[in-house]
Design a protein around this ligand. Structure first.
Ligand code: C2E
Ligand code: CA
Ligand code: CA
Length: 883
């Protein structure tokens, strides 16, 4: 009996050993492992059944319940079923009276094992000695019930001989085999978990670019994994017996050792940055270390991960440098591809006045000054597109509205496909530079004392004037001016006063020429004046110059007031007139200089022309001017009246035309004196004299029914109309003479209106309100436009005699006359034709619709005193009424 038990135990041990070997070798193939385990347990059952405890004939007691129940408990349903089937087949083949309970025992064992397996899987029961004992008891209890199925006799024999040994052996076997199997499975599970975590760890370390090393307390290291052949030339993962000293210089070794000790003392991972000489040069590494919770060899150790961060450090350095460079003295801004601002620096805010938040996301055009047109920006973008860059001067607007010049550089930033991602712009304020440039320019071209152009600029302008004159066929003049006896002022009052005087002189000179003329200072008391765009005729130009010069002489001769002094000085001027490039600037300067000495010689405070003929003409004009003045005071200017008639030939009015009754030269027409008078204030005197005499005539006529309804037209020149007190003077004449303004007509020429239409309109409006009417003289030869005819208070248009002269032959004149008449009719204006000398002209004008006429055909201008006798009493033929 004891021998049988030992034999069974040996069998169980064999089973355990085989099972352990099996699952160790068939790992990874779960199904195969289960089939093999099931087969093994089934076969061991068969062996057990082949060497049973035979209690009586046909009653075989063996360890099958133990083996099969535990196979299902540990191996699960598949293992239990395979083992159960094998054992069941064998038991069936053996047969005998105990076959049925034997097979039931097999079934019961497998089912019980499976039930416990299920409960254990559900974590309802643990697998320990007690649970195994309870499991064994249940299985054995059920086995005893099975045996009870046999005959009473056999069961009695069983109870008597085998019950307690069986219970004892079987329970012991269940406990022993269960614990061993539990251990085997525990080990298997542990092995699998370890394998799994190893796989994870291997994958993680291989995926990492870092080098992993285990370094012990003594500085010995083992490379676990390295992809860096420069740093760790020994093959990766193979343990080495190296020391830190083999790879690093002493100073680094000490540093790293300190770090390792620090890491060993800490529960947290530690980091360090260090550099190392490698085969490709010096590299920078970042090391991260964590204490290993096991010993490496006999010593505590750390796991150390090293990462090459050379590129990253360089990049960070580059970013730091870029950031510092960005915050430079220049204004910087970065935009996206749509030129919306995405970043600016501090200098930008300082220069533009905008904070970063204010411009963020804004288009760059918020900075535009508007000083440069769309074409400028178009060209800029074109260049940027073609070359990827642009640099130049630009005017930008500060937040406070002020605009300033800036030097701007723009670069486009492209991506790898050549698309523009950003624009980077930098700029500096160049206002100061521009100011300096201007100052330098000023110093180079202007006299520092007076601020007038210097010799250099004068020559430049003179050269340009020469070219312009020969191109446009206009006249220009060079006036050389030297102050008379300036040396005395300097000697008597000192240079300070002398300088001050020069400044005053320059101001007076500049104030008495037009803006387009140039006043230059050559040095000392020498000045040069360049007059451009003078009158077209040589004589006219000379007379114009003469007027300017006399104005200048007069202005310079006015006393100068200093603190305690009242100084007077005068100047001598030499003039040269030119209208082509016959002479060079130097020659012209010489001529003017020479003439200036002529003026000095003729007694100072005077001018002298380089050309003697010119000098004569100017002298004569001057003399005439003086004579007009005298004639006016003497009352030598008389009014002549010329009749104006209607279509029936009835007298409607007269035009007053001034004549000069010269004591020596006889009666002089306006062609002799008007032009000269127009250059000075004399014309105003002539006009006002004519107007006043006209008013006297009107007042006189009012008394006589034959003349009471006649109008009187007076010619008024430009200068007179623009006179500030003109309206006042007219009102005064009307009041003193008691003339009716309704019969007074003022004739003005078209050119008058072009100069300052606004001022003319104001004067005309004021006079119109008094009842005075207006006629446009010489109409058709000027620049009449419909708009000014509409805007001015007009009553009459006077067709110029040049159009009448060629009638009726000239079709163009006829067309103009007809057009004027049609236009006047549409504007509600009266039209009068002047210079009508014959009937053909008269008929032709009537044909065009003209209803008012003036000309020799109806009467020549006659002196006012004789008008009544000559015109009213014995009128020309046509004045008697229509033919
Ligand atoms: P105007 O205002 O166009 O005057 C008409 C001129 O044509 C007058 O010349 C007159 O004698 C002349 N005339 C008149 N009928 C005929 C004709 O049938 N055939 C020809 N060939 N000529 C005719 P006048 O008197 O020599 O005056 C010349 C210009 O002098 C005037 O041209 C006027 O502009 C100006 N004028 C005359 N007196 C004054 C005045 O007191 N003040 C101003 N500012 N200018 C005046
Ligand atoms: Ca006239
Ligand atoms: Ca006229």
């Amino acid at each position: 009996m004891l021998l049988d038990i030992i034999e069974n135990l040996a069998l169980l041990m064999t089973l355990c050993w085989l099972h352990e070997t099996l699952i160790r070798n068939v790992k990874g193939h779960i199904l195969l492992s289960k089939i093999c385990t099931g087969a093994l347990f089934g076969l061991v059952c068969i062996v057990g059944m082949m060497t049973p405890l035979v209690l009586a004939q046909g009653i075989i007691i063996d360890g099958r319940t133990v083996i099969l129940s535990l196979s299902a408990l540990f191996g699960g349903p598949l293992v239990g079923l395979i083992a159960g089937c094998i054992a069941g087949l064998y038991r069936f083949w053996v047969g005998g009276v105990g076959a049925i309970p034997g097979l039931l025992n097999i079934l019961m064992s497998v089912l019980m094992g499976m039930a416990f397996h299920y409960l254990h899987q559900k974590r309802s029961i643990p697998l320990n000695a007690l649970s195994l004992l309870i499991f064994g008891c249940i299985v054995q209890g059920l086995q005893i019930l099975n045996i009870r199925l046999l005959s009473e006799k056999i069961f009695a024999i069983f109870v008597e001989n085998a019950l307690w040994p069986l219970v004892f052996v079987q329970l012991l076997s269940t406990l022993l085999l269960g614990l061993i199997l539990r251990n085997i499975h525990q080990q298997k599970n542990d092995r699998e978990a370890l394998h799994e975590s190893e796989a994870y760890l291997r994958a993680i370390t291989e995926a990492m670019p870092d080098t992993a090393i285990v370094i012990d307390q003594g500085g010995n290291y083992t490379v676990i994994k390295s992809s860096d052949k420069q740093q760790f030339p020994t093959s990766a993962t193979r343990p080495t017996s190296k020391h830190l000293q083999d790879s690093f210089p002493q100073i680094q070794v000490e540093l790293l050792m300190q770090f390792i000790h620090m890491t060993l003392a800490s529960n947290e991972p530690q980091t360090i940055e260090y550099s190392m000489q490698t085969q490709i040069g010096k590299r920078i590494f970042e090391g991260r270390a964590r204490r290993l919770d096991i010993l490496s060899g006999d010593l505590p150790a750390v796991i150390f991960m090293a990462r090459d961060i050379t590129e990253r450090v360089a990049l960070e350095q580059e970013i730091r440098i870029s950031a510092i460079a960005f915050e430079c003295q220049q204004g910087m801004l970065i935009t996206d591809a749509q030129t919306r601002i995405i970043k600016v620096n501090g200098a930008f805010s300082k220069l533009s006045g905008y904070s970063e938040a204010e411009v963020m996301g804004q288009p760059t055009r918020i900075l535009a000054s508007g000083k440069q047109g769309p074409q400028f920006y178009k060209n800029m973008w074109q260049t940027l597109k073609e070359t990827g860059g642009w640099a130049g001067e630009i005017w930008n607007r500060h937040k406070d509205g002020e605009i300033s010049p800036e030097w701007l550089t723009i670069s486009a930033v492209h991506d790898e496909h050549g698309q523009v991602n950003n624009y980077v712009a930098s700029f500096i304020d160049i206002s100061e530079r521009k100011n300096n440039e201007q100052k330098i320019q000023h110093l180079a071209f202007f006299d520092p004392l007076t601020g007038l152009p210097n010799r250099r600029l004068l020559y430049d302008r003179l050269q340009q004037a020469l070219v312009a004159c020969s191109r446009k066929h206009t006249y220009a003049a060079l006036i050389f001016l030297d102050l008379d006896d300036f040396k005395n002022i300097n000697d008597l009052h000192g240079h300070k006063v002398g300088d001050e005087l020069l400044c005053h002189v320059s101001t007076r000179l500049a104030n008495n020429v037009r803006e387009l003329d140039t006043v230059a200072r050559l040095g000392g008391d020498e000045f040069v004046i360049l007059l451009e765009e003078l009158k077209t005729g040589k004589k006219e130009a000379a007379i114009q110059i003469e007027h300017v010069v006399s104005k200048l002489l007069k202005a310079l001769h006015e006393p100068y007031l200093f603190n305690h002094h009242r100084l007077t000085t005068s100047a001598s001027m030499g003039v040269v007139l030119f209208n082509d490039e016959q002479y060079t600037p130097d020659e012209l300067m010489q001529h003017a200089d020479l003439s200036m000495y002529g003026a000095k010689a003729s007694g100072k405070n005077s001018m002298c022309f380089y050309d003697p003929q010119m000098q004569a003409a100017v002298s004569m004009s001057l003399k005439l001017e003086q004579d007009i003045g005298r004639g006016l005071t003497e009352g030598e200017f008389k009014l002549f009246l010329q009749p104006q008639v209607n279509i029936q030939g009835e007298l409607e009015g007269v035009e007053a035309l001034t004549r000069w009754q010269h004591p020596q030269l006889g009666i002089l027409g306006p062609d002799i004196f008007i032009e000269i008078a127009e250059r000075s204030d004399l014309i105003e005197l002539i006009d006002m004299e004519g107007l006043h005499n006209g008013c006297l005539i009107l007042a006189e006529w009012a008394k006589n029914p034959r003349t009471a309804n006649l109008s009187l037209s007076v010619n008024i020149s430009t200068r007179t109309l623009y006179k500030t007190d003109f309206t006042q003077s007219v009102t005064q004449s009307l009041t003193t003479t008691q003339a009716n303004p309704l019969y007074l007509k003022l004739e003005i020429t078209e050119s008058i209106l072009l100069k300052d239409k606004k001022k003319a309109a104001i004067h005309m409006q004021a006079l119109r309100e008094l009842g005075i009417s207006f006629s446009i003289d010489d109409f058709g030869i000027g620049y009449s436009s419909m708009s000014y005819l509409q805007q001015l208070p007009l009553d009459q248009l006077k067709i110029d005699q040049s159009f009448v002269r060629d009638l009726p032959e000239s079709t163009s004149s006829l067309a103009i006359v007809c057009a004027i008449l049609a236009m006047a009719q549409s504007l509600g204006l009266e039209v009068i034709a002047e210079g009508v000398e014959n009937l053909a002209q008269h008929d032709s004008l009537i044909g065009c619709g003209c209803r008012h006429f003036q000309g020799y055909l109806f009467g020549k201008p006659v002196i006012a005193e004789c008008f009544e006798a000559l015109i009213l009493d014995s009128p020309p033929e046509l004045l008697n009424g229509p033919r």
